[in-house]
Ligand binder design. Structure first.
Ligand SMILES: [Zn+2]
Ligand SMILES: [Zn+2]
Length: 414
């Protein structure tokens, strides 16, 4: 199988490229040593000195086009690209010109299938080892902090830094902030006269208030906020709060003191937004959170414009308890949700007080129940409703989420 004339067709080769053609044969040698050994075997067979006929300096190799000679250069490019980031593990990838790759395949196929190691594999491994030796950070195939993809044709490193994911619960007491940033409709976030050049429809959001100190501490490029559902802008989120995952993209600093930053969030946003139970989580928590739903308990202030007695109000509330209602998608959300009739279980409706036409109710209902419409009836789109059962006009004036019943959570299905 070792035929001199076949090898000579591809000469001059560097020792690595010769050795790599047998990279999967034998252990304990690197490709250069393996190349030397093959050269020795060939010389014994042919009885002549072949070094000059076959072998070139790495920089003059016609197979790798000198890429093997550039390993220390690639290492330095990678180290330079890492310099702004605090990372503890990394992985190397390489982009190599396809003509080089196809020539290598052609060369290696002469010696049989599955005997050779790919050029990219040697580059990735040796650059990785070299970076490890200089920086002392771990080379890791599975889920490293940084992936450096070197475009060997242009000496460019494309760096991907793993996002940080921080889970917590938030409470919202300020009834003017949406959950996430809301780009201005007119300028789509660029900034215009309508939005005071902020690019935002609302100056603050739960996202912006919580993320602010995290983005500063981590020097990330942007933040994303993944909530487990959301409440209306004018609804408060009370009780144990609502689970969320804050994603910090391209963080320069990964070593965050979550308790300290969480405390800053809470001091800076007293009476507006609070965050608790902060911890680092894997990316998979985002999908889990997005796919989880649960019953919720609400506190609502309802104005009832027709004169009714507290007894008939209580009777109406009682009749809603343990009832499956049919809710057609309210017109206020029909632009973003399909127009469907959804059955929803109302677990309980309790009347806390009823004074001067204002009732305070505590309602527990299945996930996805539209509480405002459960109360008002939404012009017959929700059946039955509190309004239809007590035969009076009812309107939710204030709505708070009191509790998410996470211990009985379920998977989302619509
Ligand atoms: Zn070579
Ligand atoms: Zn604008």
């Amino acid at each position: 199988m070792l035929e001199l004339n076949k090898i000579e067709e591809f000469a001059p080769l560097c020792l690595s490229c010769l050795g790599r053609a047998f990279g999967k044969v034998g252990f304990g040698l690197d490709n250069r040593e393996r190349g030397l050994e093959i050269l020795n075997q060939l010389e014994i067979k042919e009885g002549s000195n072949l070094q000059e006929r076959l072998i070139a300096q790495e920089i003059d190799c016609s197979l790798c086009d000198g890429l093997i000679s550039e390993i220390s250069n690639f290492r330095d490019l990678v180290i330079d690209s890492f310099s702004d980031f605090s990372i503890s593990s990394f992985k190397i990838g390489t982009v190599v010109d396809k003509d080089i790759l196809s020539r290598e395949i052609e060369f290696q196929l002469q010696f049989g299938e599955n005997t050779g190691e790919a050029l990219k594999s040697q580059l990735n491994r040796e650059i990785g080892i070299s970076v490890y030796k200089k920086l002392g950070i771990e080379a890791k195939m599975d889920n490293p902090d940084a992936v450096a993809i070197i475009d060997t044709g242009y000496d460019i490193v494309n760096l991907e830094i793993k996002s940080l994911f921080i889970e917590g619960n938030y409470n919202k007491y300020d009834r003017t902030v949406p959950q996430t940033r809301w780009p201005c409709h007119s300028c789509r976030g660029v900034g215009c006269a309508k939005c005071n050049n902020t690019g935002q429809l609302y100056p603050d959001s739960v996202q912006s208030l919580i993320a602010h100190p995290f983005t500063i501490e981590s020097s990330c490029s942007e933040d994303l906020f993944h909530g487990m559902g959301r409440e209306d802008i004018d609804a408060a989120m009370l009780g144990d709060g609502r689970p969320f995952v804050l994603e910090l993209r391209m963080p320069k600093n990964r070593d965050l003191d979550l308790q300290k930053i969480g405390k800053k969030v809470n001091v800076d946003n007293k009476d507006r937004v609070q965050a608790s139970e902060l911890k680092f989580v894997p990316r998979s928590r985002v999908a889990e959170l997005k796919n989880t739903v649960c019953d919720k308990t609400y506190r609502v202030d309802v104005s009832i414009s027709d004169k009714i007695s507290i007894e008939s109000l209580k009777k109406g509330a009682q009749r809603l308890t343990s009832t499956v209602i049919e809710q057609r998608t309210p017109t206020r959300v029909s632009h973003r949700r399909a127009d469907l009739v959804r059955p929803r279980l109302v677990n309980s409706v309790d009347v806390v007080s009823f004074v001067d036409g204002m009732a305070e109710l505590v309602i527990r209902a299945q996930h996805g129940t539209y509480i405002r419409e459960l109360v008002s009836g939404d012009d017959g789109r929700t059946v039955p409703s509190l309004a239809s059962l007590i035969d009076a006009k009812c309107k939710v004036e204030v709505l708070d989420v009191l509790n998410l019943h996470l211990q009985e959570k379920e998977e989302k299905n619509d």
